[in-house]
Design a protein around this ligand. Structure first.
Ligand code: IPM
Ligand code: MG
Length: 403
């Protein structure tokens, strides 16, 4: 019995190890970043997802079509709707992403994705891998970039969360060695750490930021987090003008609520799970996860999404049209900037700040006493067109009270 457990466990680990050895070799190929100015048409896929996803994705698509009107009419951009990334279909084929849907996604250069249901043990769905996690791995979207801004409180953070490794890499390939003994695997690689850390420093350099902060638990998780931290300080040497420091995840969660201390942080870089947790906390300061967008960026593909869940209850209760599309609009702003439309992306961000935090001509409550997502997007599009947009935003963001 004991020998069988050891034999089976070793076999399991062998197969995991073989896959990861292959992966680390692929990572070393390190291709160049996609140059969107050289592509025509840039194909943008809009994936509805589950629950309120299709509603808020449709609204964000409308805003993107409005902002990209010219590019669409001259053939520089093509927008597509990708159907089928629903929990019903995923459950039916027992796959995180059905093959035909994945093939469609891979035909797009950029994707905007609504939230998808992540099954867990004991619910009514088969316990398949999260569609988010699978897509990040399939498209090698290694950088999860999450900005959080509350300018009136001096908060202007950008998180670079590693998106393909750590406890997520093999989250669905853990080992139940016996009935009483379970393992999961935490994977950190040198090239995987290098590329996310470099992305964080490059961003800092390009945006006039003075400091990059690494977050780990390297004092306890010595091998993997230790590697991440070593790589961090090695790469930091390539950026002499930028200060590099590091914190442990426990004290960092505390420092984010320390109003004096937190304004000193600018750019964070951290392994996957710590990044997952810390970015939810950080988003809370700007009004909650519903207000935050997220960019999942790789060298070849990029996917932009809401960071919240699919809120199936809102659909069951007939309230989906009152769902807040802000997170998907934030994600769209990130997409615009990523594809080179920096000014359009910034205007969308400014309009979202004005509409959501300051002027609030329409408020979303998620119920019939608030605006619908459609009314809200109309309001945002109107605001984008205002001649005094930038000036108004500057005034408000210095003095206005955020929500
Ligand atoms: C996120 C989400 C996902 C994650 C879930 C839905 C798998 O929480 O994007 O932060 O854990 O990465
Ligand atoms: Mg999360």
């Amino acid at each position: 019995m004991k020998n069988d457990v050891i034999k089976n466990s070793l076999e399991h680990f062998k197969s995991v190890l073989e896959d990861q050895l292959k992966r680390v070799e692929r990572l070393k190929e390190n291709p160049d970043w996609t140059d969107y100015s050289a592509i025509k048409p840039i194909i943008i896929g809009v994936i509805g997802g589950d629950g309120i996803g299709p509603y808020i994705a449709d609204e964000a698509k409308r805003a993107l079509e409005f902002l990209l009107k010219e590019d669409i009419s001259n053939g520089k951009v093509e927008m597509r709707t990708i159907e089928g990334l629903t929990i019903e279909k995923r459950a039916e084929v027992k796959k995180a992403i059905p093959d035909d849907v994945l093939a469609e996604i891979k035909k797009c250069h950029l994707c905007l994705k609504g939230p998808t249901t992540t099954p867990k043990k004991g619910d009514k769905w088969p316990n398949i891998e999260s569609a988010n996690v699978a897509m990040r791995k399939e498209l090698d979207l290694f950088a999860n970039i999450r900005p959080v801004r509350v300018l009136s409180e001096g908060i202007d953070w950008t998180f670079f969360r590693e998106n393909t490794e750590d406890l997520y890499a093999l989250g669905n390939r853990g080992l139940d060695a016996t009935e009483d003994l379970a393992f999961d695997f935490k994977v950190i690689t040198t090239p995987g750490s290098e590329r996310i850390i470099r992305a964080a420093f490059d961003f800092a350099k390009a945006n006039g930021k003075k400091k990059v902060t690494a977050v780990t638990k390297a004092n306890v998780v010595k091998t993997t987090d230790g590697k991440f931290l070593n790589v961090f300080y090695e790469i930091a040497k390539e950026y002499p003008g930028i200060e590099a420091d590091d914190w442990y995840i426990d004290i960092m969660t505390a420092k984010l609520i320390d109003t004096k201390r937190r304004t000193q942080f600018e750019v964070f870089v951290l392994p996957n799970l710590y990044g997952d947790i810390l970015t939810d906390e950080a988003a809370e300061f700007q009004g909650g996860v519903g207000t935050a967008g997220s960019a999942n960026v790789g060298k070849q593909y990029a996917m932009f999404e809401a960071i919240h869940g699919s809120a199936p209850r809102m659909v069951d209760e007939g309230r989906a049209k009152y769902a807040d599309p802000s997170s998907m609009l934030r994600a769209s702003a990130m997409m615009l900037k990523h594809m080179g439309h920096t000014e359009k992306g910034e205007r969308l961000d400014m309009a979202l700040d004005i509409c959501g935090n300051y002027e609030k001509k329409y408020t979303l409550t998620g119920r019939s006493d608030g605006a619908t997502g459609r009314e809200y997007v109309d309001y945002v599009m109107e605001t984008i067109q205002r001649d005094d947009l930038k000036q108004r935003w500057e005034e408000l963001s210095k003095t206005g009270q955020p929500a």
